[in-house]
Design a binder for this molecule. Structure first.
Ligand code: PMP
Length: 401
């Protein structure tokens, strides 16, 4: 018998599996709002002009080569990524107190961070918001951390359960790790206000909890790179240590290039050097060293004032189109007199809207209307267009009546 004969088939990934189902559906009006990837008004994937430009320069540069990068990746990319997230005036940046390694996009940064924590953090207990991006639980469990949750979302208000969140932070053992979405919380689209961030910081710093920021949407949420980093920067100024996972999948539209970074903020420059050496110990046996191409493009854009400005314009263009889809969908539901309150669609931040549709309603919308979304009722606003908002509103209206 085969050595694999005893293996049970694993379930399809709840998010990536939707793509398969969508592809197999022959219906002409089918709509894929499952995976969080930006689409143009015409429903097409978008490669930013600035990315094309940087890429062209890179591939035609006669001095470019295909040698291995170091274990920690492209050093210029790492420095510029750190500065983008924390800001150039950040004390920890200026004091060289942050160890940064290039990673396989945001997921790879989370995983390398998790492996590092598993080996070197005293508690190995991480608290994730409830709910959170589904892959968080798997990444941290696979790495061997103990995963717990803190209250985050209040389904009665479709907003933040701030009191529950604060109680759970205060109740966590003092050396626990706390995962925070830097902005545009996935899947809910609900972020803390600046004042709530301040109170969370007080609780987290006061109890010596270790923040692990996941920044997958910097600039994509509000259109402003610095506004979307405000929570992180507040913590970086006040916490002696923290971790940050960065992804360029969304904000540069570089999904498949797997460009990201992991930063570990330390108490001294010497400590950062030691931490950097240990991050390399995690990476070397896992994938040896990261890919050159995506990081080269990102470094070219971040390192050129001219390309950087072009990027900011294209980035806010994407953010604006998403905000426009929020108001169009909201208006379409209002026109139909769809029962219920839909204000949250306007208020939520970032790529996703947590519609409030139940699992049963989602199944109905997918079966009858051929609209694909995750079973928690999350839709990617970036997958909508002016043309399809009405169709989605028809489907939602039908599902809730
Ligand atoms: N964190 C969150 C919250 C995300 O939504 C995503 C993308 N869906 C990621 C991390 C990582 O994505 P990637 O590995 O493609 O950068």
């Amino acid at each position: 018998p085969s050595v694999w004969a005893h293996i049970p088939e694993a379930p399809a990934d709840p998010i990536l599996g939707l793509n398969e189902a969508f592809k197999a559906d022959p219906h002409p009006s089918k709509l894929n709002l499952g995976v969080g990837a930006y689409r143009t008004e015409d429903g097409k994937p978008l490669v930013l002009n600035v990315v094309r430009k940087a890429e062209m320069a890179l591939v035609t540069d006669p001095n470019s080569n295909k040698e291995y990068l170091g274990i920690a990746g492209n050093a210029v990319f790492c420095r510029l990524s750190r500065e983008l997230a924390f800001g150039t005036s950040c004390q920890a940046v200026r004091g060289n107190r942050i160890a940064t390694v290039q990673s396989l996009s945001g997921t790879g940064a989370l995983r390398v961070g998790a492996e590092f924590l598993k080996e070197h953090h005293p508690s190995k207990v991480i608290y994730l918001p409830q709910p959170t991006w589904g892959n968080h639980t798997k990444v941290f469990k696979r790495a061997g951390l103990e995963v717990r949750t803190y209250r985050y979302y209040d389904s009665t208000t479709c907003g933040l359960n701030f009191q529950g969140l604060m109680e759970d932070l205060m109740g966590a053992p003092s050396d626990s790790i706390i995962l925070l979405h830097a902005c545009a919380h996935n899947p809910t689209g609900v972020d803390p206000t600046p004042d709530q961030w301040k109170q969370m910081l007080k609780a987290i710093a006061g109890k010596q909890l270790l923040p692990f920021f996941d920044s997958a949407y910097q600039g994509f949420a509000s259109g402003s790179l610095s506004a979307d980093a405000a929570g992180l920067r507040m913590f970086a100024d006040a916490c002696p240590q923290l971790l940050l996972a960065q992804s360029y999948a969304k904000n540069m539209g570089m999904y498949g290039e797997r460009a990201g970074a992991l930063s570990v903020l330390c108490s001294s420059q010497g400590e950062a050097a030691v931490v950097a050496s240990q991050l390399k110990q995690v990476i070397r046996p896992m994938y040896s060293n990261p890919p050159r191409h995506g990081a080269g493009i990102v470094a070219a854009i971040l390192g050129s004032p001219e390309l950087f400005r072009e990027w900011e314009v294209e980035l806010s263009g994407m953010a604006d189109r998403i905000k426009l889809m929020r108001s169009k969908l909201h208006e379409a539901l209002r026109q139909r007199g769809t029962p219920g309150s839909w204000e949250h669609i306007l208020k939520q931040i970032g790529m996703f809207s947590y519609t409030g549709l139940s699992k049963r309603q989602v199944e109905h919308v997918t079966k009858k209307w051929h609209i694909y979304m995750t079973l928690d009722g999350r839709i990617s606003m970036a997958g909508l267009s002016a043309k399809t908002c009405g169709y989605l509103a028809d489907a939602m209206d039908d599902a809730v009546r």
